[in-house]
Design a binder for this molecule. Structure first.
Ligand SMILES: NC(=O)c1ccc[n+]([C@@H]2O[C@H](COP(=O)([O-])OP(=O)(O)OC[C@H]3O[C@@H](n4cnc5c(N)ncnc54)[C@H](OP(=O)(O)O)[C@@H]3O)[C@@H](O)[C@H]2O)c1
Length: 280
């Protein structure tokens, strides 16, 4: 297979480069392509002639997106939609990622694929319109919603918590935000399994289980051997520009059994990630 990875310097992009080692892979990130430039996308696929394009590129700054909404919409909505058309015209399989933030977080049970989205921030709306644009323009595309992604890099909760824990003896973490931490390892492996089976349309992929941000922090800090004090806080204690969904757990009910069985729990995946200290 000949793959193009967009966003190859991000958390998930890096994991694909690792897992696809030995395959024919063309890697692109902001240093060599701007996905918001349609002509760059066209010349990239004309040059590389891939069978699969995996779009890991996104604008993921949830709070900043409130003021930089034009950028969020052009990266998260317009570019994926263009990519969907470009891939369809050339019969290239497209994989794109969306988020649990498409939901408002008011449901106490996990969200099923067909539950109605109700995004409550600019970032969330831009990602929701992106997933819809991809699906409307390319019915063969695979669109994967995921949540709380962690992998090699600095833009994830484990890295940030590790940094904070080194300079503070008390940490306050919210217990009214619930979802599922998701390792890029499990996410990339599941994506390749779904690709092998030529799955199309919308799918949910996360690690197994769910937890509050506080519970996740407690597990991370215990694995890091931190001896400070962890306190519970509420989202309303922090004056964050963007609203977050409070309970946005994605149901994996529709995932093929063997794919679901190959996914680790969020606790296992977190522990293993932390055991590779160079990753954080
Ligand atoms: N991170 C999460 O918690 C989370 C949760 C749910 C869903 N997702 C989705 O999962 C996917 C992978 O996320 P991730 O955490 O791996 O993302 P990431 O680490 O933020 O990586 C995204 C990459 O895309 C690049 N990029 C941004 N704008 C671009 C542009 N115009 N052209 C080309 N590249 C551009 C970024 O470059 P710069 O760093 O230089 O901007 C970065 O290298 C995304 O679709 C994301 O929305 C993530």
């Amino acid at each position: 297979m000949r793959y193009v990875i967009l966003g190859s310097r991000g958390q998930l992009g890096k994991e694909f480069l690792r897992i696809l080692d030995g395959e024919e892979v063309f890697e692109y990130d902001l240093h060599n392509i701007d996905i918001t430039d349609n002509s760059q996308l066209v010349s990239m696929v004309e040059k590389t002639k891939p069978e699969v394009v995996i779009n890991c590129a996104a604008y993921n700054q949830v709070d900043l997106a409130e003021e930089k909404s034009d950028l969020a919409y052009s990266v998260n909505r317009d570019a994926p939609q263009d990519l969907a058309r470009i891939c369809k015209e050339r019969n290239i399989k497209l994989v794109h990622y969306s988020t649990n933030y498409v939901f408002d977080g008011n449901k106490s049970e996990p969200y099923e694929i067909n539950d109605p989205p109700n995004p409550i921030s600019v970032y969330a709306r831009s990602k929701f319109e992106g997933e819809r644009g991809v699906l409307e323009n390319n019915e063969k595309a695979l669109v994967i919603r995921t949540s709380w992604v962690f992998g090699e890099g600095v833009q994830n909760f484990i890295h940030k918590l590790n940094q904070w824990s080194q300079s503070r003896s008390v940490l306050k973490i919210v217990d009214d935000e619930v979802s599922t931490p998701t390792s890029t390892v499990d996410l990339a492996k599941a994506t390749l399994k779904l690709l092998e089976e030529d799955v199309e349309g919308l799918v949910h992929v996360t690690n197994l289980g769910s937890c509050s941000r506080y519970e996740w922090a407690k597990h991370i800090l215990s694995e890091l051997g931190w001896e400070g004090e962890l306190e519970k806080a509420k989202l309303s204690d922090f004056n964050l520009p963007a609203r977050r969904p409070k309970h946005a757990v994605l149901s994996l009910k529709d995932l093929p059994d063997h794919v679901r069985r190959s996914i680790r729990t969020w606790k296992q995946a977190t522990s293993e990630f932390i055991s590779h200290a160079e990753m954080i």
